[in-house]
Design a binder for this molecule. Structure first.
Ligand code: M6P
Ligand code: ZN
Length: 192
């Protein structure tokens, strides 16, 4: 006997808008949710004194036939900077050590930052059409270095779990900051 969730589901993605329909869950990430990730604390306090800007939206469709089913996530990362640091996702590593993920950049440009717990670091340049495989045990974060919204589609197992603690504690090895109008990688003072 099939349950309601066991039937095939299709959603329609709109490439121009970077949205899909029907969407099951929507969530916003504002600066107040992410302030610990950015290096310029004065800039954060100055912005938060007046407003709490939206940094990215998450659109989800969890397919819930079982706890090892896959989720579809669409992340809509607005352009902009906090101080000199480009807008970015919070970044996480999976709780389960055998869980990979696929990210598909459908709009905009930037970088996918990847890092192991021992500090091996990679920055994959992204433009619309780039598809990246994130191996298990690599933390991942997306940075929008362009002038338009960066949108990417993610597919992962619901059971993977999100661990934000290593990123909150030490961040990534490199910050992506604007220098002379261009993205530049600099060593993070928090990393040792
Ligand atoms: C993708 C997926 C989600 C993740 C989201 C935002 O959609 O990887 O699991 O939550 O990006 O990333 P973060 O949780 O690091 O803010
Ligand atoms: Zn992930």
């Amino acid at each position: 006997m099939l349950n309601e969730n066991d039937y095939p589901i299709s959603v329609q993605f709109d490439f121009a808008a970077g949205t899909f329909d029907p969407v099951q869950i929507r969530d916003d990430r504002r600066l107040s949710d992410l302030h610990m990730m950015y290096h310029d604390k004065d800039a954060i306090n100055c912005i938060l004194a007046n407003e709490d800007p939206l940094i990215y939206e998450l659109w989800y469709h969890p397919f819930e036939t079982s706890k090892s089913d896959m989720a579809l996530g669409v992340t809509r990362l607005l352009p902009g900077k906090i101080g000199d640091e480009y807008h970015m996702t919070k970044g996480h590593i999976h709780e389960q050590d055998d869980q990979p993920e696929i990210y598909f950049c459908v709009k905009g440009q930037g970088y996918l930052l990847l890092q192991t717990i021992d500090g091996e670091f990679r920055a994959e340049p992204w433009q619309a059409g780039t598809i990246s495989h994130i191996p298990p045990m690599w933390a991942h974060r997306v940075v929008n270095t362009g002038d338009e919204m960066l949108v990417f589609v993610a597919s992962y197992h619901l059971s993977a779990g999100h661990d934000y603690r290593p990123i909150i504690d030490k961040g990534f090895r490199k910050l992506v900051v604007e220098r002379d109008g261009k993205p530049n990688f600099v060593e993070s003072p928090r990393w040792q």
